[in-house]
Ligand binder design. Structure first.
Ligand code: GDP
Ligand code: MN
Length: 406
């Protein structure tokens, strides 16, 4: 699960990490009112930032520094009436419904700081760079040595001496060192306490020297969080931060029915029971020249209604040109899947080729149900095994494409 920057800033502030004050607004008028209030408090510059679950906003024009209420209006109006297209969104972009309006922070230098899970090392890893900012991806590509990585011990956690060492390697000076160490320690504690899988602060900034802070202040200017969905049950406070407008509608529907569904870019819809079987089904579809349109694990105990919903979700994806059903009935009974197929044929209708491979518990009954419903399933082919199923669906989809190209 992801959250918005304005929510992330609240989490950071709650953990004692310095973030600029700001307010979330959902209309141009509110943005102007908030900007006016900040200007009247004596701050010369305001930043207006689109709130979406994707980065790359700066380059896409969805982070704007403004010096007047009129410019705040123009910026807010632009952001709320254009979709944001960035390197992280795909060409269709994202709708922007929320803005963060905040006092702008003066920046002396930008850094990058993140914590995530390193699956190869099987531990959390702190990632940092003195070359933070909107070009971080280019830095990682051009000059990977500028990205510092610190594996964090699974039980000891981040040690203060390690954070200090990192602060020195990043080039923090004087009082900045203590501030950076404090921030890293607090961030790691927050990351663990919330079962996060990723937190990224880019940029982490040092502000210019001032009378009260001769070495400047270390402040988090941007923050992105990802939380482990499997740990959300013990974080009701995080669940409340979810923004349904930012989620894939089909994925939300699937969730409500207890299905694990992830939309992908291909054209072959997959309905499978078990995550491992789903992965291997996707692999074998690709092996035979197809591209999976989704990952869908109906699990072991899905009801007939849930499986029917699964078909509805797959069929409502306009990119789907064929469906492969691969069930190995253990606890899941094949006849339940067969009944759901027949029900879906009645309720939704299979307008695209359907290849079914069933094996295991109650498979004889399942085959009989499908055989009896043949008339309602004109696009269905039955496969003998997984390879046969993958071949058949890929061939059917290719044939369909050839026909429509004629
Ligand atoms: P992202 O592009 O989605 O990661 O959005 P960020 O919040 O990181 O903003 C992008 C860039 O805008 C930052 O790297 C900064 O250079 C700049 N920026 C953002 N907020 C401020 C601010 O308060 N003051 C100044 N001077 N620059 C800012
Ligand atoms: Mn950023």
């Amino acid at each position: 699960m992801k959250i918005h920057e304005y929510q992330a800033r609240e989490l950071l502030a709650g953990a004692g990490i310095p973030v600029p004050a700001g307010a979330m607004v959902e209309s141009v008028e509110h943005a102007v009112a908030e900007a006016t209030r900040i200007f009247e408090s004596g701050t010369p510059e305001v930043v207006v930032k689109g709130q979406v679950h994707a980065g790359g906003r700066g380059k896409a024009g969805f982070v704007k520094l403004v010096k007047s209420a009129q410019d705040a209006r123009t910026a807010a109006n632009f952001m709320l009436s254009n979709r944001m297209v960035s390197v992280q969104t795909g060409p269709e972009g994202l709708d922007v419904r929320k803005l963060l309006v905040a006092a702008a922070t003066d920046i002396a230098k930008e850094y990058y700081l993140a914590i995530t899970v390193d699956r190869m090392r099987k531990c959390n890893v702190l990632i940092a760079s003195a070359e933070g900012g909107v070009e971080i991806e280019a830095v990682a590509e051009r000059n990977p040595a500028a990205i510092l990585k610190l594996p964090i011990h699974p039980t000891l956690g981040l040690q203060p001496y390690e954070a200090r060492d990192m602060a020195f390697r990043l080039g923090f000076k004087g009082k900045q060192v203590g501030q950076a160490v404090d921030l890293m320690m607090r961030l790691f504690a927050l990351f663990c306490a919330k079962d996060a899988s990723m937190v990224e602060i880019n940029p982490l900034v040092v502000t210019p020297a001032s009378a009260t802070h001769p070495d400047g202040r270390v402040v988090a200017l941007d923050a992105k969080f990802q939380f482990d969905d499997n740990a959300l049950f013990r974080h009701k406070e995080l669940e409340a931060l979810a923004d349904p407008a930012e989620e894939n509608a089909a994925e939300l529907r699937a969730q409500a029915f207890g299905l694990s569904y992830i939309a992908l870019d291909g054209s072959i819809g997959c309905l499978v029971n078990g995550a491992g079987l789903a992965m291997s089904t996707m692999d074998i579809v690709k092996l035979h020249g197809g591209e999976p349109a989704n990952f869908l694990d109906v699990g072991v105990s899905a009801s007939e209604e849930a499986v029917t919903e699964a078909f509805r979700i797959i069929l409502s994806d306009t990119r789907v040109e064929g469906i492969i059903v691969n069930i190995f009935g253990g606890i899941m009974q094949c006849d339940r899947i067969a009944r759901a197929i027949v029900l879906s044929a009645k309720n939704v209708g299979f307008s695209v080729p359907l290849v079914v491979r069933l094996e295991g518990t109650n498979v004889v009954e399942a085959r009989r149900i499908l055989q009896d419903a043949r008339a309602e399933l004109p696009t269905m082919q039955v496969a003998t095994d997984l390879t046969d199923a993958a071949r058949k669906i890929c061939a059917a989809v290719r044939e369909r494409a050839a026909v429509s190209a004629r």
